[in-house]
Design a protein around this ligand. Structure first.
Ligand SMILES: NC(=O)c1ccc[n+]([C@@H]2O[C@H](COP(=O)([O-])OP(=O)(O)OC[C@H]3O[C@@H](n4cnc5c(N)ncnc54)[C@H](OP(=O)(O)O)[C@@H]3O)[C@@H](O)[C@H]2O)c1
Length: 247
């Protein structure tokens, strides 16, 4: 197949590109660094010529609800309009388990993205996954305050990014299916535990302090709203196994 990967240079996108190529697909990656701006639409029409399926893993790093909604609606809208013109038969989008149970901040954008995809006029698949194992190091980097790391209480069931990437390619190969079964990792852990384990493995002598963050989003993260319900697909690689392979 000819597959376009929106955000193919990102944390997840790199896995999608590598695995799709290894399976013999022809892959084009869409990112600003590669001359395609998904927010303005510049370069998109040319890049989608001859493409069978688009896998959208583009992202903005923000906690601001308006910025998130603006980004994800613009990117999905531009992709879907260009897909219709180019005759792309399948739009595969990655979302997050529990976005509808905490539709605020960043998640408001993901929920808006799902809505645009469902109504975009191109046959679609939406896969919701839990946090990637890489979420813990991102938290370590963003929440460090000198020797301290302040981690909000958060129940998580993290999954390997390469397994999410493989599931997205499976979906592209299988054809449009609407909402796919949610995908989570094999174990439930508190985020502070994962951040501590990552810091220890990488020799960072930081003190990880878990705290109760205010607001609806963090309440949802605490109370297990981001944990997949029964019937979800379960990834194989544990956080500990991923840590052993992480460079
Ligand atoms: N992190 C998690 O734990 C998690 C869990 C479940 C689902 N997800 C979802 O996974 C997806 C990927 O997340 P990620 O962490 O892999 O993202 P990421 O590392 O932040 O990568 C973002 C990608 O989007 C591209 N991009 C950003 N703005 C763009 C623009 N205006 N035009 C074209 N490309 C643009 C970036 O390339 P350039 O900067 O070069 O443009 C990059 O390739 C997101 O949809 C996220 O919601 C994440």
């Amino acid at each position: 197949m000819n597959i376009a990967v929106a955000g193919g240079t990102g944390t997840l996108g790199r896995h999608v590109v590598t695995i799709a190529q290894a399976r013999g697909h022809r892959v084009v990656s869409l990112s600003r660094a590669e001359g395609v701006d998904l927010v303005s639409g510049a370069g998109l029409a040319e890049a989608l010529k001859g493409v069978d399926a688009v896998i959208d893993v583009a992202n903005i790093q923000t906690l601001n609800g308006k910025k998130s909604v603006d980004f994800f609606t613009a990117v999905s809208g531009n992709l879907l309009r260009a897909e219709k013109v180019a005759g792309v038969g399948h739009h595969v989008a990655l979302s997050i388990v529990g976005v509808d149970r905490a539709p605020v901040g960043y998640y408001a954008g993901k929920l808006a993205q799902e809505d645009v995809v469902r109504n975009g006029g191109v046959p679609w698949t939406i896969l919701r996954a839990t946090q990637f194992h890489e979420f813990a190091p991102q938290m370590l980097e963003r929440s460090s305050l000198g020797p301290l790391v302040l981690v909000p209480r958060m129940a998580s069931q993290p999954v390997a990014a390469h397994e999410v990437a493989a599931a997205l390619i499976d979906a592209a190969e299988a054809g449009p299916q609407g909402r796919a079964a949610d995908l989570g990792g094999p174990e439930r852990k508190q985020m502070a535990h994962l951040v501590r384990a990552y810091a220890r493995k990488h020799g960072q002598k930081k003190r990880v302090i878990e705290f109760t963050a205010p607001g609806r989003l963090w309440r949802a993260m605490r109370n297990g709203s981001l944990i997949p319900a029964a019937g979800a697909a379960v990834g194989r690689q544990t956080f500990g196994e991923w840590l052993e392979t992480d460079p």
